[in-house]
Design a protein around this ligand. Structure first.
Ligand SMILES: *Cc1c(COP(=O)(O)O)cnc(C)c1O
Length: 411
């Protein structure tokens, strides 16, 4: 049984209750009352497992967290208010002023500016590399490096990293590997491939219908014996290991990021995210199948499409070998000029023009004039943003109807 089949069962069974209200309950309370002062003390020191205050955790959100942790084979998870909140939580829980980050691959715009502008203001330096630039990545790692960060699929450059190979480098050097798996939940299991932390924007394919903004970070367990997190590089984790043992990355994230930055998920969004999650394992394979049909046909009709399922793509072999369950909902069309790209977007009847991805509907956006409009030319070149580039996120529609619509729009 593949993971999609497996999770068709698991998600619906774990989200619905077997007694009373079937739909998960929304605990819409910002704060929680403690029975007596001793209980309050116990909740604050962690010896009593009850809700403290919704910024630090909420029962509805906790249900979502446990399901996503299980999905990725993690020991626990922290849900956040957005995908950027998730990246910020994961990263700031591990870095201090003077530290360095290695960022690999084409990057989501917000992540790129977080690394290149915002964290730089706080004295944290990021070095950027292409997915196949392994020698330079190896050489760039030093004592100050705390994080190797990559996206499971370059958005929007569609380049695929060899996650296992990069995880091996991270392990040899003793540096944490963080994978933004927003585009490929279920299809790719970063922790099983050697990553330490996975990051999601649940806003995208996990919710799947543009109904809720959210994010989540999944953490692996700390090993009982040797572990890179037990070295000098991560000495700040020691105090959390004393209390939480193998779960140390979770109080570390809560106390060093969530508590003070407050990127906490809200119960209503967590509830809606779970409703979406129930059908993730049905929707994603349908979209993966759609994409392969669509890009093949559009390429045959001489459109400049970029997707690793095409034989012409430099990572086609990697796609076949390491991405058997597809690489998510995205592909790009390069219309060569901004004018032609705009013309396509005006003419398409099916695609919704929006910055979102991973929806039940097909979505499209011109890259250079929107998400990447703030970026200078050399950055755009590095990220693969050309003047005519349109990013498409394929939905559940009939693939032939999408093909017909796009061929008309491209005329
Ligand atoms: C959308 C997205 C994010 C940010 O998520 P938000 O929920 O919009 O904050 C991060 N990474 C990737 C790959 C994304 O597509």
């Amino acid at each position: 049984m593949n993971r999609f089949e497996d999770y068709c069962t698991k998600f619906v069974q774990s989200i619905g209750n077997k007694e009373g209200a079937i739909s998960p309950s929304i605990v819409s309370s910002a704060s929680f009352a403690y029975k007596d002062p001793e209980t309050a003390e116990g909740i604050f020191n962690g010896s009593i497992k009850k809700p403290l205050y919704s910024r630090m955790g909420n029962p509805t959100t906790a249900k979502l967290e446990s399901i996503l942790a299980e999905m990725d084979g993690g020991i626990g998870a922290v849900a956040t208010s957005s995908g950027m909140g998730a990246t910020t939580l994961a990263v700031t829980s591990l870095v201090s002023q003077g530290d360095e980050i290695i960022s690999i691959g084409g990057l989501f715009g917000g992540t790129y500016s977080l690394f290149n502008e915002t964290l730089r203001r706080f004295g944290i330096t990021t070095h950027f590399f292409d997915v196949d630039d392994l020698d330079n990545i190896n050489n760039a790692i030093n004592d100050k490096t705390k994080i190797i960060f990559l996206e499971s699929v370059g958005n929007p450059n569609m380049r695929l990293p060899d996650i296992k190979k990069i995880a091996a480098i991270a392990d040899t050097k003793g540096v944490a590997l963080l994978v933004d798996n927003t585009i490929t939940p279920l299809s790719i299991s970063p922790l099983a491939l050697g990553a330490d932390i996975t990051i999601y924007s649940t806003t995208k394919i996990i919710s799947g219908n543009s109904s809720a903004l959210g994010g989540c970070v999944v953490f692996r367990a700390i090993n009982e014996k040797d572990d890179k997190f037990k070295t000098k590089r991560y000495s700040f984790l020691e105090k959390f290991m004393k209390g939480a043992g193998e779960m140390a990355l979770i109080p570390n994230a809560k106390k060093r990021a969530l508590r003070d930055f407050g990127m906490s998920a809200n119960a209503h969004a967590s509830y809606q995210t779970m409703l979406g999650l129930e059908t993730l394992a049905l929707r994603l394979p349908r979209i993966v199948k759609n994409i392969e049909i669509i890009v093949k046909e559009l390429a045959k009709n001489s459109l400049h499409v970029n997707h690793p399922s095409l034989e012409s793509h430099p990572h086609h072999r990697r796609y076949k070998e390491n991405f058997q369950f597809g690489c998510g909902t995205l592909f790009t069309i390069d219309m060569q000029t901004k004018e032609k790209a705009y013309d396509f977007l005006r003419k398409t009847k099916l695609a919704t023009i929006t910055a979102n991805i991973g929806d039940t509907r097909t979505l499209a956006l011109h890259m250079a004039s929107t998400i990447y409009s703030d970026f200078d030319e050399s950055t755009r070149k590095f990220l693969g943003i050309t003047d005519g580039l349109i990013r498409i996120s394929v939905g559940l529609e009939n693939p032939q109807e999408i093909i017909n619509d796009f061929l008309k729009a491209a005329k």
